[in-house]
Design a protein around this ligand. Structure first.
Ligand code: PEP
Length: 253
């Protein structure tokens, strides 16, 4: 564990209607009431954002979106801008999730544009990176992470990126029940932090939070969180049930 405030973030993906999201957010709010020393974020689907924002008012749970588009407005059917997300009550936005890279043509270049758009509205990007199983087996994990970070954060300076969160999510561990060992997670997180040191300097690298994502569950969260460069978790499946997710928030109890 580190001196950085841990962040436990839930990505609800394409799950829950507005009504279901409100119900889950209300339950979570009461379950985590009084939590100290941990930040919490949930990212419901777009159509639930405004309703969930009302529920979260006055709580310590931040609201995030799962993606955005980089243009401010215009003829971009189906897209959502950073300004719209802020208006809906978001403070965070997930960018570059592997499902977006895999199914929706997200590239390191589009990730870079989206991070710029998020920052322009003071939204905190949760910037996702991670290697596939084939890339890991080929010994390419670090070179993949290196490229994702260098291109994703190209042309930024450290001041632009203050508050940004990086999520290391090995694709082979997402939704598979196959968690990276804590040593694998630590090794990747340490690599990412030292790359951020090279690119943006030590003060930035020492304060940026690097989350682990990939089949985090109540029974493995503590071991992961004990690693010095693991600053929290980005959670898919286990974030959908408020009881289970709240156990992740209270990982230290
Ligand atoms: C994710 O999609 O970011 C994720 C980590 O999913 P899961 O927790 O279900 O593996």
């Amino acid at each position: 564990m580190t001196s950085r405030t841990p962040l436990i973030a839930g990505n609800w993906k394409m799950n829950k209607t507005g009504t279901q999201a409100v119900e889950a957010a209300s339950r979570l709010k009461s379950l985590v009431n009084g939590v100290r020393g941990v930040q919490i974020m949930i990212a419901p689907t777009y159509t639930a954002l405004s309703q969930v924002a009302q529920v979260l008012k006055g709580s310590a749970i931040a609201l995030g979106a799962q993606d955005l588009f980089w243009e401010k407005q215009g003829a971009f059917t189906g897209k959502i801008s950073s300004e719209m997300l802020v208006d809906a009550g978001c403070s965070h936005v997930i960018i570059g999730h592997s499902e977006r890279r895999q199914f929706f043509g997200e590239t390191d270049q589009t990730v870079n544009r989206k991070i710029r758009a998020a920052i322009s509205e003071k939204l905190i990007p949760v910037f996702c990176i991670g290697e596939s199983e084939a890339e890991r087996d080929a010994g390419d994990t670090f070179s993949v992470l290196d490229k994702q970070v260098r291109v994703g954060l190209k042309d930024f300076v450290s001041d632009d990126l203050s508050g940004i969160v990086v999520a290391y999510e090995p694709i082979w561990a997402i939704g598979t029940g196959k968690t990276a060992t804590r040593e694998q997670a630590q090794e990747a997180h340490q690599f990412i932090r030292s790359l951020l040191d090279t690119l943006f300097g030590k003060p930035f690298a020492n304060t940026v939070r690097v989350l682990y994502g990939g089949s985090v569950k109540p029974d493995n969260v503590r071991a992961l969180m004990e690693m010095p460069d693991v600053d929290g978790a980005l959670v898919g499946g286990a974030s959908l049930d408020p009881e289970t997710f709240s156990k992740l928030v209270f990982f230290n109890d």
